[in-house]
Write a new protein. Structure first.
Length: 637
């Protein structure tokens, strides 16, 4: 790499980091259970008793769920939707009638006014039945106009737009561009302020706008041409200059209304600016924090469906004289599946309760639940495919044609792989959690880990650093967990001690990593990701333990089964956690980095001999186009 190229790359990195830092919420006005856990402080009393246990359902919520269940079963055929790649023509109208398009819109604006937990349980139901439906309902209100306007909009914007969204005006969120994914500093869509001050002219192209092909309202992120800052605008798709240029199709979620939208000098009135100029990324990140609750709860629905399919098939199918589930290889999968599903629900339900309660900061918990649940859901879907065998790989329509009961394993696999990408890819979630979890370290020792920090700044920070670490580090060697009122039941004491002890252990390991790698720690993603995985595991174990204790104290009818699931969960995850601790310092990261660089340099391209390469395929497409034979074959009836 030339020096000029390296300099340009470093400049882009600094700009991206600066913009990300300016956009993130820097203060912690409320305590965070997970943030303290990452610092080695186990405040179990903040989440135990597990909130919401024994609370009855609201009649309004029960009525909505009954209407939605009836609609799904009587009017929506998930197999037909998947085969056609389209929803029924009246789906938007019918969902609006039921109230499903105004779930999190306050009743004052003609919405349903559901709590975060109630809202997410709607998505659990829909995603267990048909994946594209959650992909339609959730973006409309989780990150679209309803959430952004509800959180940051003016009263006039709320009064004008929220009732429209509740009644069926679909909304979408437009951030991603051709060269912009998780790096917002590269946003190229421009907002040019008009000389008369009446508004802005927007120009640019947005990629992968979910609901974009049917949306009437958009939240568009655009960069100001003069300041370079990013703002959020409400754009109506019927305005001149807005054009949907393509509907995107994907591996799964076949009915997803996702498209490419082009803006050509679209006039946006100044009253359609959300918040103030330059708040765009903060609005997006805040909306995503709460909107990020949707996917992990949807994954609970997937996990439960897979558990039902696997249990049913493993009990029915006979192999070598006994039921499939009685063979240890399958039994081990079923046990992991059941305990992980229990943990997934415990983690995201707790996070939703925290959001509704409002007394804790949930930015870390929502990211943690999203990452853990999507990863476990993918493992559960994969295990379900293995248990069902060839029938899992076969489409439901084909199973029905042979007279067999259709089970949606193949569709679940296609529809839900994207969960580890949507609303924050797994790698981005790890980086986000790592950055927020170590925020207190950076506040104290920032000048010492900043590569370009001047000597004067480092010396100035030294007294603060000595004072903090002189008190904090010694405490990591002694038990400091805060027990909830009523203490810990005898059968759960070992689980509590395990989490508390390993939270302190993880905090020490991160400190050692800071000492060893210094400013380069942010680039040691192998180390950071393993450390984040440990923290995620401890968070999920904490949620499951709190729920088990609270249900037991409440005399729940399933308390015994819950305790069995919790014990199984701890036994399985403890082994993984120990492996992660060992891999922090004993791994193949160095040799893998070297090999990866050689791959990028093309030094292993000789291995491609024997295949038709991407270059070959491009040449083949050109030849077919010249011969006017796009497919190169004749379709037989």
């Amino acid at each position: 790499m030339s020096s000029s190229t390296a300099s340009t790359s470093n400049d882009e990195l600094r700009r991206s980091r600066q913009m990300a830092e300016e956009s993130r919420q820097k203060t912690w006005a409320k305590p965070s259970f997970l943030r303290d856990l990452a610092m080695g402080r186990f405040h179990f009393e903040r989440i135990c008793p597990y909130p919401g246990v024994g609370r009855p359902e609201r009649p309004e919520y029960e009525a909505l769920m009954a209407s939605l269940r009836s609609y799904l079963l009587q009017e929506l055929d998930p197999i037909a939707i998947d085969e056609a790649g389209e929803f029924p023509e009246d789906v938007i109208e019918r969902l609006a009638e039921i109230g499903a398009l105004g779930l999190n819109i306050p009743t004052a604006y003609e919405g349903q006014g559901l709590s975060k937990l109630e809202y997410c349980r709607v998505l659990e139901l829909t995603n267990s039945y048909e994946g594209s439906l959650m992909g339609f309902i959730s973006p409309h209100q989780s990150v679209g106009v309803p959430e952004c306007v509800k959180l940051f909009g003016t009263e006039a914007q709320k009064a004008h737009y929220l009732p429209r969204c509740a009644k069926g005006d679909v909304s979408a969120f437009a951030l991603t561009e051709l060269d912009v994914g998780s790096d917002p500093a590269r946003v190229s869509t421009l907002a040019v302020r008009r000389p008369d001050g009446d508004g802005y002219d927007l120009s640019g192209t947005k990629l992968w706008c979910t609901n974009g092909t049917v949306a009437k309202l958009l939240v568009v992120m655009a960069r100001h041409d003069d300041t370079g800052k990013i703002s959020a605008f409400i754009v109506e798709t019927e305005w001149p200059g807005v054009e949907v240029t393509q509907r995107c199709r994907f591996m799964g979620l076949s009915a997803l209304q996702n498209g490419v939208i082009q803006f050509d000098k679209v006039f946006v009135p100044k009253d359609n600016l959300i918040g103030s100029e330059g708040m765009g990324l903060r609005i997006a990140l805040t909306a995503l924090t709460t909107g990020r609750l949707s996917i992990p709860y949807g994954m609970v629905g997937v996990a439960k469906k897979c558990l039902e399919v696997s249990k049913t098939w493993a009990a029915q199918r006979k192999q070598w004289g006994k039921a499939l589930g009685e063979h240890e290889a399958i039994a081990l999968k079923l046990a992991r599946m059941a305990s992980n599903t229990w943990a997934m629900e415990s983690a995201i339900k707790l996070t939703c309760e925290i959001a509704d309660r409002g007394d804790l900061d949930l930015r870390l918990e929502s990211a943690a639940a999203k990452e853990w649940n999507t990863s476990r859901a993918w493992e559960i879907v994969d295990d379900t495919m293995q248990i069902r065998g060839g029938r899992g790989y076969e489409k439901e329509s084909s199973l029905m044609a042979r007279g067999e009961t259709p089970m949606p394993v193949e569709r679940l696999m296609r529809d839900n792989r994207v969960a580890r990408i949507f609303e924050g890819a797994s790698e981005v979630m790890h980086l986000l959690i790592a950055r927020e979890a170590v925020d207190q370290h950076l506040q104290v020792a920032g000048a010492w880990v900043e590569e370009d920090a001047p000597l004067g700044a480092r010396l100035k920070a030294l007294p603060r650093l000595i004072k903090f670490y002189g008190a904090w580090f010694p405490r990591l060697w002694f038990s400091n967990g805060v027990r909830p009122e009523g203490g810990i039941p005898e059968g759960c004491e070992a689980h509590f001690n395990y989490i508390e002890r390993n939270a302190r252990r993880a905090a020490r390991q991160l400190f050692y990593g800071m000492l060893r790698y210094g400013a380069s720690l942010e680039f040691r993603q192998g180390f950071l990701f393993r450390w984040v995985d440990i923290i995620l595991e401890l968070f999920v174990l904490s949620a499951a333990l709190s729920r088990a204790i609270t249900l037991d104290r409440a005399g729940d009818a399933h308390a015994r089964e819950v305790q069995a699931l919790t014990n199984t969960l701890f036994e399985n995850r403890r082994q993984l956690i120990e492996d992660l601790f060992r891999a922090l310092w004993s791994n193949a990261d160095t040799v893998n980095r070297t090999t990866a660089q050689q791959v990028l340099e093309g030094r292993f391209d000789w291995m491609l001999d024997g295949i038709l390469t991407l270059e070959d395929e491009a040449r083949g497409r050109s030849l077919r186009e010249e011969a006017e034979t796009p497919g190169g074959y004749t379709v037989r009836s």
